[in-house]
Write a protein that binds this ligand. Sequence first.
Ligand code: PMP
Length: 379
Amino acid sequence: NEKYVMIPGPTPVVEPIQNAMGRKTAAFKDPEFVADFESVLADLKKLWKTDGEVFVVPGSGTLAMEMSVSNTLKSGDKVLIISHGYFGDRFVEIAERKNYDYKVLSAEWGTGIAPEKIREELSRDNYRGVIATHVDTSTGVKAPIEEIGRIVQNESDAVFIVDGVCATAAEKEYVDPMNIDILFTGSQKAFGVPPGLALIWAGPRAMKRRNKLGEINEYYGDFEKWLPIMHDPSNYFGTPAVNLIWALKASLSLIKKEGLESRFSRHERDARAIQAALETMGFEILAEKGWRAHTLSNVLYPEGINDEEFRDTLREEGAVVAGGLGDYAGKLFRLGHMGNIDEHVITSVLQAIERTLYRCGKDVDFGAGMKTYMQEKYS
Ligand code: PMP
């Protein structure tokens, strides 16, 4: 039977996007496809507000992580990494390989780094780059990106690189207005497109940096190699993922119809109601209040619940969720609630969670979570 895919990516793919994906593949120089690719690039730039460039490249979010630094930083550069989870720490591994002179501000899982600490650190040293994860998928913690952007802009000459993989198209983000130099995501998260595309916005300052670096070691990951395609998709460098770009076009048309601002507030409202409902059911949310993401919840089990049994039973009840990462493996489940999901999906999944708790031996007050959900959502 059909199951809701409620892991934090890939997220549910709705019919118009699935249909675009399933179209008969065209030649990448087909004028109709070239026009579609052009419209995707123009929409991405306009909606996320940059006078810089946008790159849509076959690959996953990790490729985008690597490209974002390789095109703006060089070996020996001072880099500040702001980490509140597993994916922030992944940047440490990348920085290690690329020989950056890096420092990490690391938060305990469940909380973030106060902007004041970032300001202090920037006044201490001459950083060339600041990297922050908007929402870390391992913790469900969201960084105050707008505030950090202002600090980086006012207190340093660093480029500000934002990992939006678990945020972009759900959490409020605009590139130039928020002083973000590079923003990136993967297609499989809040865009609700199947996995396979890396999306990277590079503002004017980031492009200037790229230019100053001259020839870089990366070949596939070089902005300059891709730029001619992004300016005119009838050019060739690497074969574009034709069907995924069509799927992204379908996703963008849903986003335009909804309106980006309304999409941001829908995610906020849903997250608040879902998190409150889960607390009523006896779970705890890992992220502290004030640091909570709108895109997913990392949900700590009450006493006596076994992770494997819970997730296997929930799958039987119709929803697939992800397990915890790092020290939280076995202690929590991760519920994605981003992209193209509606109230029908959310309420079905919340009820599936209640049934699962019952089957795992808890004394469940059926409907209590739903009541909280409705009260939060419609108060
Ligand atoms: N950053 C964040 C915040 C993520 O959540 C993920 C994937 N879950 C990545 C980077 C890496 O993306 P991918 O798995 O698509 O390579």
